[in-house]
Design a binder for this molecule. Structure first.
Ligand code: SF4
Length: 470
């Protein structure tokens, strides 16, 4: 999302998805990647006989924390402050961006390194910093690919999942020099060569940048500790080397205690990368010797989500991406179709709640699902995504014709006499019912036919034959 582009203003999901499914390379990349990760996940989850108990514990810890969010947030603030850190509260994206930009400018620096963070993508931090003359450098390998390619992330865990090796080699060759150290001569598309090119490019950046920006996977209220899980070690370089560390974290990332963290350190790696344990788990509490620490606590619609009794379960999400990897819609439509930093099933329920459903795109997201329920089955914190999708569909704006149609159907179904009359009428004129509807209604029958109307209703048949006896 570099270069000032944003997701907003994109067409509705069906339009994006219809274009994306035409891209056979994209479909191949997605299928290969999601099937590999989900097979790994299934294996490591199957190893744990108490997986369902762990899942239930994760759900209950999150629900308890969300019910007592205010208390735990204040406890966190006190602990971070006592450990020498500074806590800032941001009601929305604009306020968060302003706080971070002011903090960076106060250091006199014009560049920052970033640990992979969805919260900062959600608020468009890179673009906001750019407007203030500060360049943000992504250091996660996949985020680097996205940034160099002037692209958008399309998966929570693997933001460049839509790119294959040869595309990445081209991006490195063409763009790396614009952002720092150029790619080596004769770069091949071997994974080792690509990783080495990224390592050399990023190493220079780590050693020369004095401000870092991160998110966090979890925050522990009892000690004021932040936790980042990652696979490359790039995050740890960002967290430890710079003189100023600014962490922007959604308020729902809270856990009451270290004991609670134990549950999530088992749930998250197995659900996301299909590993028993993730390679790097970094924890830090307040400021450390030689490093200033600022924590920006981000609301940006979260308290509004919390007020919705059905929708609030989306705040339990630990961003593992397991729901994306099993979703038949995501696998074909890809992450960009969702027009949000949160793609896939979780994006379909989180984005419309965070942003509202006033745009055509956001109002279409609750429909970006077959309601097959695979997402619910794999979710490590048991978010009933289909339940929230149906709930949001009811809240989404509906065309006037649909509302009138539903009201008429309700009137008919409300009375046995009216229903029987409508069925007889339908049976009598069934020859005139078309298979496909015209005009704007054709969207419904383009992919499905209107079923044949029987000549006689079940009730009439029952009465005529005495329940089949005659
Ligand atoms: S909704 Fe559940 S499965 Fe999907 S990313 Fe969040 S925690 Fe993972």
């Amino acid at each position: 999302m570099s270069g000032g582009d944003t997701f907003l203003g994109m067409p509705a999901f069906p339009v994006n998805a219809a274009a994306a499914v035409q891209d056979s390379q994209l479909r191949f990349n997605l299928r290969k990647a999601t099937h590999t990760i989900r097979a790994k996940r299934a294996t490591v989850v199957g190893e744990l006989p108490d997986w369902l108990e762990l899942r239930q514990a994760g759900k209950e810890i999150k629900d308890h924390t969300l019910r007592n969010l205010e208390r735990y947030l204040l406890q966190l603030e006190e602990a971070v402050t006592a450990a020498g850190g500074h806590v800032h509260w941001a009601a929305d994206a604009e306020e968060a961006n302003r706080i971070v930009a002011d903090l960076v400018k106060a250091t006199g620096e014009t560049s920052v390194v970033k640990v992979k963070s969805m919260a900062t993508q959600e608020i468009g931090l890179n673009e906001a910093l750019q407007a203030e003359g500060v360049t943000a450098y992504e250091t996660d390998l996949a985020e680097l690919i996205v940034q160099l390619g002037d692209d958008w992330p399309s998966h929570i865990l693997v933001p460049a999942i839509h790119r294959n090796r040869s595309e990445i080699r081209e991006i490195f060759q063409d763009k790396m020099a614009d952002w720092g150290r150029a790619a080596p001569e004769g770069l091949t598309d071997e994974p080792r060569a690509l990783a080495e090119a990224a390592r050399l490019h990023l190493r220079e950046r780590f050693l020369s940048t004095k401000v870092a920006i991160s998110g966090a996977n979890f925050m522990i209220a009892e000690t004021g500790t932040l936790v980042v899980l990652e696979s490359e070690g790039n995050g740890r370089m960002c967290l430890t080397l710079p003189e100023t560390l600014i962490s922007v974290v959604g308020i729902e990332k809270l856990l009451p205690s270290w004991r609670d963290l134990e549950v999530f350190l088992q749930l998250l790696p197995r659900s996301s990368t299909g590993e028993r344990m993730n390679p790097y788990t970094s924890t830090w509490t307040g400021a450390t010797e030689g490093q200033d620490f600022h924590l920006v606590l981000l609301d940006n619609g979260r308290t509004q989500v919390l007020a919705d009794k059905v929708g609030r379960q989306a705040l339990r999400c630990i961003r593992c991406s397991a729901c994306l990897n099993v979703c038949p819609v995501y696998e074909r439509a890809g992450g960009h179709s969702y027009g949000s930093v949160y793609p896939g099933p979780i994006g379909a329920i989180l984005t419309p709640q965070l942003r509202g459903m006033s745009s055509e795109l956001d109002a279409s997201l609750p429909y970006a699902s077959t309601l097959c329920g695979a997402c619910y089955d794999v979710c490590p914190v048991a978010i009933d995504i289909p339940e929230v999708l149906v709930h949001l569909r009811a809240k989404a704006p509906h065309p006037r014709a649909e509302r009138l149609g539903m009201r008429a159907a309700g009137w008919v179904f409300n009375s046995p006499g009216r229903l029987a009359g409508a069925q007889r009428l339908g049976g009598r004129f069934r020859r005139f019912v078309p298979k496909h509807l015209p005009g704007p209604l054709s969207a419904w029958t383009n992919t499905r036919e209107i079923p044949d109307i029987p000549a006689e209703s079940f009730r009439d048949w029952w009465n005529r034959t005495d329940g089949g006896a005659r």
